[in-house]
Ligand binder design. Sequence first.
Ligand code: GLU
Length: 470
Amino acid sequence: MTSPVRVRFAPSPTGHLHVGGARTALFNWLFARHSGGAFILRIEDTDRSRSTDENIASIVDALRWLGLDWDEGPPAPGYRQTERLETYRAHAERLRAAGRAYHCDCPPEELDRQRRAAQQRGETFRYSGRCRERGLAAGALRLRIPTEGATIVDDLIHGPVTFEHGQLDDWILVRTDGTPTYNFCVVVDDVSMRITHVIRGNDHLSNTPKQILCYEALEYAAPAFAHVSMILGTDRSRLSKRHGATSVQAFRDAGILADALVNYLARLGWSHGDQEIFTRDELIALFDIKDVASSGAVFDATKLEWLSHEYLKARDGAALAVLAAPFLRAAGLTPPADGARLAAIFETVKERARTLVELVARARFYFEPPSVYEPKAAREFLTPEGAGRLDRLLARLGTEREWSPPAIERAYRALTAELGIELVELAQLARLALTGGTASPPIFDVLALLGREEALARLRRARAAAGGGA
Ligand code: GLU
């Protein structure tokens, strides 16, 4: 009988959640949800100098925003490494008592000197094993690894990767000051949390043989491993701040929809034929770690925006009103109390917005009158002739009893026929008056949604700007 799947996402809280970390979390989450297993969140905060509570809060917040819910983890106690020091101590003691680990008192200055010398020779520093047989009772605790042979990491993405033991060394499990090292904590956590599959970035691949040797020394079966390739920038170097926004928060603040980011990250290195858009349920049903590419994937912000646009226009106005609320506030705009009207407003602008920031920018004119008219359009439309047309439009619309798009359209058509002009000419004039520019959603919707009073006030203001006598 195989044990139920248990996977974990184990961020070190030294900064915000990066898209690379988010993708690792997503692959773990999809793997767990696909197999009906458990997804665990563990905070690797043993590096106390760089870990902060603010960073933990921000990572948790970003995961929640992405909708990657965990079955075990904070705020429950016991999922932060700093809370688990006793467990590490007990495991270290077991290894020491069994002779699988030994104390080392080599002075750090001496080890540093050897490290520098190795670097100068262009070699990787490996501990000499000086204290292996000395039977010391104190000092750093090192894992006794086999001197011969090799450890093979049978990676689910990369296939077998061989590490000769001659290339590894007796690495430190516990430092002289009693603090456990990162690699040791990971092993102890993964065994005590009964993790079945470790899915993580391939920047950790070189740690894996060390960790496997530690599982062996503890006489535990090692989990399966899958090392996900790095996300690259357009220059194919590892994605970093140099390439622009990389934190999940930055994309949220830019108004990218969470579902779009999830969809985008899933497709970054994983594919299912040439399908681009997946619902979460489809992702869960189709995700297989074996379909994750072994080569790095290039982050393409334009494609992410395209996906965000696809998701945005598929949402109805009411859903957009909820999503856009913080962006309206940030833009200093007060939405109408009438929710249906707000929903209808967003319906009119969603086709042309890639992000919630753009959605709000495109809807801005509904909430406040234009402060300036686009100069080129003003020269074309706010003329004596335009003034005459605005007078006629104001007279006609002023008597319009039914303030709805069809009624307004009827009034418009009647007026253009009387004036002997094209509908578009009158429409552009009204657009300029109502929005300050000549690109806007369908003009009859705009007029209707602005409400009679506001619409007429803006037409009057444009009329005054056009100058000339009535
Ligand atoms: N804490 C590590 C990181 O943030 C992850 C280690 C692991 O998944 O084993 O990169």
